[in-house]
Ligand binder design. Structure first.
Ligand code: GAR
Length: 200
């Protein structure tokens, strides 16, 4: 299964995916393409280290979101990509894009969705005072962070947590969960029925 990973920054999830592939822990998935929306993304270094084909798609070089998304779509189609993994990709994809690739785009989000979608997640988690947070991998649909949930991992919120300390503990779980989900999808062990996702 040909996979593209889309990033915008640090790329630690990308690194975890590439490491899993290297260790033959990614099932039938092959990371064929890395797309970064940011020419200065630190994650591009990981792509280089693993000799991966990389494309920078800078929004600054595209007139608008429609043009950006249609360029992205043509790159993905040219490369016969079957699964699109958003790993810290900080752009909202257009409705027509996500409809076209229905159930072929997954995203990792650092909270237990549907709680705390959007941005500044850990600050809001701490302000609200919830006792557990975590991470979610979900299919991407037109609703921001609102697609069918594939898998979640729970992390306890500690009394002394700062947004950074909580983010760091959640990130450890993200790095395990995202490659696991990619592996399962590549082995056709995941099926979707409306909002219910079955993982075998
Ligand atoms: C991760 O924590 C990911 O869950 C989050 O951005 C971080 C990217 O880190 N994604 C979102 O907030 C998406 N809304 P990374 O670049 O080191 O993988």
């Amino acid at each position: 299964m040909k996979v593209a990973v889309l990033i915008s920054g640090r790329g630690s999830n990308l690194q975890a995916i590439l490491k899993a592939e290297n260790n033959k822990k990614l099932g039938n998935a092959e990371i064929n393409l890395i797309v970064s929306s940011n020419p200065n993304a630190a994650g591009l270094e990981f792509a280089k280290n693993y000799n991966k084909y990389t494309i920078v798609l800078d929004p600054k070089n595209h007139a608008d979101k429609t043009k950006y998304d249609s360029k992205l779509k043509s790159i993905l189609l040219e490369n016969n990509i079957e699964l699109i993994v958003l790993a810290g990709f900080m752009r909202v994809l257009s409705h027509s894009f996500v409809d076209y690739f229905k159930n072929q785009i997954i995203n990792i989000h650092p909270s237990l969705l549907p709680a705390f979608p959007g941005l500044n997640i850990h600050e809001r988690v701490l302000d609200y005072g919830v006792k557990y947070s975590g991470c979610t991998v979900h299919f991407v649909n037109a609703e921001i962070d609102g697609g069918p949930i594939i898998a979640q991992r729970v992390v306890e919120v500690l009394d002394g947590d700062s947004p950074d300390s909580l983010a760091a503990r959640i990130l450890v779980k993200e790095h395990i969960l995202l490659p696991e989900v990619i592996k399962k999808i590549s082995e056709k062990k995941i099926s979707v029925n409306q909002r219910r996702v079955k993982v075998n």
